[in-house]
Design a protein around this ligand. Sequence first.
Ligand code: GTP
Ligand code: MG
Length: 405
Amino acid sequence: MPATANVRTIRFVLLAFFAVAVLYKIFTTSATPYPPSDAALNVGNHPKAPPALPKSDLNNGNAKDTTPNDLHQLPVAAAPGRRANATFITLARNTDTWELAKSIRHIEDRFNRKYNYDWIFLNDQPFDDQFKKVTTRLVSGKTKYGLIPKEHWSFPEWIDQDKAAAVREDMRQRKIIYGDSVSYRHMCRFESGFFFEHELLQSYEYYWRVEPDIKLFCDIDYDPFVYMEENKKKYGFVLSLYEYKETIPTLWATVRKFMAEFPQHIAEGNNLKFISDDEGHTYNLCHFWSNFEIGSLSFLKSQAYRDYFKYLDKAGGFFYERWGDAPVHSIAAALMLKKEEVHFFDNIAYWHVPFTHCPTREEDREKYKCMCNPKDNFDWKGYSCTSRFFETQGWPKPAGYEYQM
Ligand SMILES: Nc1nc2c(ncn2[C@@H]2O[C@H](COP(=O)(O)OP(=O)(O)OP(=O)(O)O)[C@@H](O)[C@H]2O)c(=O)[nH]1
Ligand SMILES: [Mg+2]
């Protein structure tokens, strides 16, 4: 064997020995056995849970402003400033409890949790314990529960019962919505002429009507009641539309007779143009949708409104036809208030089946953190009367309306 071959062999053996030694070192020192030993996990030195904070850290003065919080140390989460003399008002049955709970939650979350206005509930039957319990727990202001006096929820003596029953049967056959319902008629008459007479409302100046199963889509970060007061508004709405003609065949004729007999009750500079296209000769069926209303109780309690309701009630149309409180209130607001006393609450985004009011302008939807789709806004669609309202006020339509028609 030549000497160079020997040297190469010795070098190869040394290299192999070195490689085996390195590999041995790697596997014996860095490999972790599985399952890991207690020693590898260092049990005993590492706690299983983070250490509890010392008690003094949880209870120092700053902790009051954080959560979790001691309930009794919370600052009141109320909006600063004065309040108007106002209340929410809901007419409801015990069976409306859960649909109404949704409405209250919307109103509270978007507005009243910071303003804490009272809420009055009225019913033609006594409210049950569950209704009171659920609504009381949701309302941030005081809740008050009232029974409607019998004379405000029954047929007046001048109504011919047989004639009224025949009308209901005829409307049932013609499939007019709620046309065969007695209770719906009592409801419309009560909302038209009596809710503001209830003793629970006597100490308030403004009301906000809320129905079961409504929604609000934007924050209301100001006080609409104070707005009404400071701007001398008497009636506020969000949606307007055309009434079903079949439910009010003689309403306008009756209103015209009232106007002729009580001309002193018709306001100068009123909103007649909103409800009539021919200077009062005919009614165009436009009305403010009264399931949402923010209004002045002293307007409804005025001699003008009381004479108006009495006149309509005597004519019998609540029972011989199916006059709704929406056209009854709206015609009064249009004729007996000045144009500028009626307010369109554009920034209150609202839904009552099947219509939505969503603010037209992008900047309003951004400012009030709205979650409504502007395409759903009913205001500029064919069956709405809101563009007519804008015309009577002499207002240009807001930017973006053309994408919502
Ligand atoms: N206490 C009482 N409240 C009623 C009665 N009928 C209706 N209401 C309430 O009167 C208001 C209007 O009634 P709705 O049934 O909502 O009438 P509407 O808005 O024309 O019709 P919907 O499209 O069905 O909502 C709601 O606040 C109801 O809870 C009734 O017989 N008794
Ligand atoms: Mg309703």
